[in-house]
Structures are given as C-alpha cells and as structure tokens.
Design a protein around this ligand. Sequence first.
Ligand SMILES: Cc1ncc(COP(=O)(O)O)c(C=O)c1O
Length: 584
Amino acid sequence: MGWYPLFLNLEGKRCLVVGGGKVATRKALPIVGKGGVVTVVAPRVSETLERLGKEGKITLWRRPFAWSDLEGQDIVFAATDDPALNAAIAEEARKRNILVNVSSSGNQGDFITPACLETEDLLLALSTKGKNPTQSATLKAWLWETFSGGKEGNLRGNATCFSRALQLFPGGVNSPVRSFRAVGRYPVFIRYGKGSYVVDEDGKTYLDCIMSWGALVLGHAHPRVAKALAEQVALGTSFGMNHAFEILLAEKIREHFPSIEVLRMVNSGTEAVMSALRLARAATGRKKVLKFAGCYHGHVDALLVESGSGGLTFGIPSSLGVPEEYTHHTIVVPYNDLEATRKAFESFGRELAAVIVEPVAGNMGVVLPHPEFLLLLRQYTEQYGALLIFDEVITGFRVSLSGYQGLCGIRPDLTILGKIAGGGLPFGIYGGRRELMRLVAPEGGVYQAGTLSGNPLATRAGYTTITVLEEDPAFYDALAEKTRMITQGLREIAASFCLPLYVNAATGMLTPFFTSLPVVDTRTAFAADRTLYARFFQELLSRGILVPPSPFEAWFLSGAHTSKDCERLLEAAEGAMRAMARDL
Ligand SMILES: Cc1ncc(COP(=O)(O)O)c(C=O)c1O
C-alpha cells in the first residue's frame, strides 16, 4: 500500500460532489465550511445535504451529473452508487487535471476522504492507493497525532496559543515560570515530546533541557512508560480505591530509600511538603520550622517566605495572600551557612518541629551543599529533638537511585519525593520512620487525604520508570558523564569568549550562572547577570535548544539525551556566546 499525506488548501477552491446519498454526504461533510465552494450534483440528496443547501453552505444541483459539470472544478468527489460512472468521472477528471476522490475504489482516486483532517486552514488527506478503511482510520489517527498534536479544535502557533491563553489563565500560564517573563519573550507551547526533543506549536523542534522540570529522567514518551500508561488507561484512570501498583511502587521506593519505612502518596510535591510539616508539628508538639533561603518546597503558605537582610530571620511572606501569622513560625537561614545555622539552633532549637532542606538545592539554580552542612543539620536536629526533612522532589531518582541521601549517607527522619517517582505524572510522597508515619490518619490523628492520591496512572508510571532505571546499572554513570561534558564544555566556551560563567552541577542537573564567583547561596546566585542569561536563553532558543526561561533554575538532562545531543548543545552555546561577546 502506498500512501502519503496531501495538504489540501480549500480556500476558494471549487469542489464538486457527484452523488447525493450516504457516501456522498460523508464525503461532503468534512470539506464544508473550509473555505471551498462546494457543489453537490444529484437528482436526490440526503436530508443533511438538503439542510446544508438551505443554510447556504453548499450549492445543490438537483439533477443527474453532466460532463460539463467538471468545468472549472478543482476537486471532484465521484460518490454516486454506480461504480462504472464513478470510474468514468475519475478518468475524465484526470484528463482535465482535477484532483479526484472515488468512493467505490481507492485505487482510482488521488486521495481518500475518510482520512481527511482539518488543521489550521488546511485539509489533510491521505492517498492510500488501497481499499482498506481500517488502515485509513489508523493512518488518520497517526496523521492527527503528527500534524495536529491530537488536539481538538484548530489551535496552532505559539503566538496564537499565547494570545488565547492570556484570556484564560493569569499571565497566560498555569505555573509562573512558563510565562518566559524572566527572559523577555512570549512562551512556547509544546505540541509533543519524544526522547530528548520537544516540538512546539510553530512546528519547531528543540533539544529539551527542562524535561518537565526534572520529572522526566527517561525522556519524553519513553516507550515502556507510554505502554504502561496506555495499558492502565484502558483499565481505568482512577478508582479512588486501593490497587496493586500503589504497593509495587511503594515497595520500590522503600527498597531504594531505607529511611522511608512507611509512606503516603499524594498528588504533588507541594502537597507532600504541607503534609510532612503537619506531621512534624504533631510528632514534636512544636510549631517552628527552619528552612533555607533559596530552597523551594512548593507553594506551601508557611514556606513562601523571603529571608530578611540578616543572616537569620523570621520569614516574611513572599506572596500576597499569606498572612504574616502563617509564616511567623518559619525561620530562614542562608543555605550552606554553618554559623547562621548554629545560631538558629541555639536560639530556637527546642522550639523547632523540623528543619527542611533540599540536600542539593535546585531552585536558586543548582547549589551544592557544603560538605559539613547536611551533617551539621543531622547532628543539630538530633541534639535538639527536631525532625530533619530532606526534600528530594528533584534529587530523588535523579542524582542516584537512592537520591542524595544515598550518596551522602545521611538518614533524614522524613523524605519528600515527587517528579521522577511519579514517572512524569502528578505525584508526591512523604514518608519516613514507621513510628512517625503511624500518626497519619487513619492510624493516627494527623488528617490528610486525597481523591486522586496514589492514582493508578502515576503509580504505574513511577513503577515503570524506576524499573527501567534499575535495569540499567550504567544509567547514572552515563547521566553523570553527560552532565560533566556539558558543564565542562560551557565553562571552556565561556572562558574562550571572556564571559564570566560559574557552573554548578550534580548528576543530571546543572545551572550556568553568569558570574565569576562561586555560587553557594542566594546572595551569590542573585549576583549573577540576569540580562546575560536572558540573552543566552534567546540565542539558544533560536538555535533549537530549550533551557529554563529563568536564570535561577536547574537545567535537566535525561537518559534520552545522547552524546550527540550534548555536542549539539555545546555547538549552540558556542554560537550563542560568540554573538553575546560580540555585543558586549
Ligand atoms: C525541591 C522541591 N520541592 C517541592 C516542589 C513542589 O513540587 P510540585 O511542583 O509538584 O508541587 C518542587 C517543585 O519544583 C521542588 O523543586
């Protein structure tokens, strides 16, 4: 069977449908209202065609077909119930260079209309040169997927999407960083992703270094994950009841994170953090929480805080709508600041319910922990009877199968996971020592619940993702090598153009800061040049590389990124920095 897509722009085209029965109606319907001039010729026509005629959407010639009807036509649908007449019309149409579709034989026509799709102002049709309607339906689905992203409606182009999105969502987005405001352009809208690449609504392909903000460690639409999800979709997407994949995933998490003896599944990192804080307060009977400036733990009220000017401050709400009372119990200390941490414990140690930390910070850009920093936190929390919470929403299953705690050997009391643990679906967990988790309802009095918690899609995607990771013992070494290659490459390129660049990296994640000083906390991170980053972003984007549209985010790599991808990224970075250096 030969087939190929045809793009039929019907604008102003004269389309003749010969026949007025069911088949002719089926042929006529997809092309009505697509800008063409549709005429139907037949002695009798269906009710639908009758109605379209009355509405002025088609012209009806209620009489038998005449050869002269072909004059001036651009497209003809031979859809009478007489195969011989259809064949004769096809032959004559060909002679006159008219595109023809023959209802009774795919072989005689130039295209088939069951596989006819609308995309923007184009109609997309198929030539199968064959007879098989099932196959044409399959091809139609494929075409739909490929050319329209499988979306309903007629929405194409980043700019068009954004102008419509602006009417619907604050800033046109469903999460602020996606607005691209920090880099001064309108955002891209992604149509689909495959492996290390995404394609936007302008049809442009990018090497993706965002990877759903780290959630996709295997790349987009990994075949195993996609298959598992397709199977689960057919079995039901949510039961609001218990099912086997919750257990299978939880057992895997426990195996890799021995500090997590018992866990609870939720639908986002934010929700997991919020619940963990509630639990920590219940377990200790204390109110205060210590966090570190630049660490993000989701949009939990109590943790949406800025640090004040000093080394150790009470949190000031960083968002409108958060009453000061809500952050009153939050203490903020600079990341990696051993002295400020010591002071905080001396002042508030016995009032602290928990210390929460990203063991490798990813939300002020990547910042690595000082070698003693996490150890100190473990030591002080034990000494003062507070809980230590590792927020491994980013680092879990990214820097190693057992997160950063597996690498640093520190056992927190509670751990938060999300992103990769849910295989790229909405997901989060909090978990830890059995006697702590016993306090959660229904065993204990800490109430927490969720309609979609532990839902079968997320748990199955997470389970499959972790299984794939387990099966490849070289996965993390390879990911680390790719990270090293890019990190080193960026440093060398920047040096060759005399651009100040400091790159922090952990396995599978990195951030280039346009500054010459080491970046160890918010103060040093925010000293980086944002304008240079915005320019770098734009230059990379124009070269087909998508990196975070903000200078203070992590770039994420995945198993799908090849060394060729890394070379491509570095080539683009070289071009970008050359252009930047020229203008400096
Ligand atoms: C370390 C960390 N914790 C928590 C969260 C919140 O997770 P979610 O966006 O799933 O609510 C994030 C989100 O990026 C994160 O990076």
